[in-house]
Write a protein that binds this ligand. Structure first.
Ligand SMILES: Nc1ncnc2c1ncn2[C@@H]1O[C@H](COS(=O)(=O)NC(=O)[C@@H](N)CO)[C@@H](O)[C@H]1O
Length: 143
């Protein structure tokens, strides 16, 4: 799994066209979204993650929470992003992993949104620009 973490004044998106034949079903409300004062986490789920999804979820949560505490972010935007890796996991596996990350972060008390999976989306992002505002993490399951 590859993650790009951006501490931002805001992240907003608007769904455009389908990027997969069968994207995640979404409500009209989910076609647009915005969070202010947010840690945006762009995630590419990778083929290697398919070996142990639960372990990858736990490691991702730990890394995201570590950064959220450092930058004092209470809101997290989980954003499916297929452009951080050339070895992408299958969409079905990727979506399940992203949903679990969303759920577990919410259980930990963060305000969490997740951008829709399988769509081309317009987005605007305002990076804060401080030294910890742009970070990346790579997560792999144990052999
Ligand atoms: N492994 C993955 N990790 C994260 N997001 C993914 C993954 N696979 C698919 N997606 C989601 O599905 C969308 C399209 O995925 S994609 O791999 O780019 N596929 C395409 O663009 C197809 N139109 C041609 O392959 C992505 O924008 C993202 O929302």
């Amino acid at each position: 799994m590859r993650m790009l973490l951006i501490h931002a004044d805001y992240l907003e998106y608007e769904v455009r066209d389908k990027a997969l034949k069968n994207p995640e079903p979404i409500s009209d409300e989910q076609k647009k979204g915005r969070l202010d004062e947010v840690l945006a986490v762009f995630i590419s789920v990778e083929k290697v993650d398919e070996a142990n999804p639960d372990e990858v979820v736990e490691k991702a949560i730990a890394e995201i929470e570590d950064v959220a505490k450092q930058v004092k972010a209470e809101r997290i935007f989980v954003y499916p992003f297929a452009h951080l890796s050339s070895e992408l996991a299958k969409p079905g596996v990727a979506l399940e992993i992203l949903k679990k990350i969303e759920e577990k972060l919410r259980e930990k008390g963060y305000e969490v949104k997740r951008a829709p999976f399988g769509y081309y989306k317009a987005f605007k992002l305002s990076c804060k620009g401080h030294p910890l505002a742009e970070l990346s993490r790579t997560i792999v399951p144990e052999e």
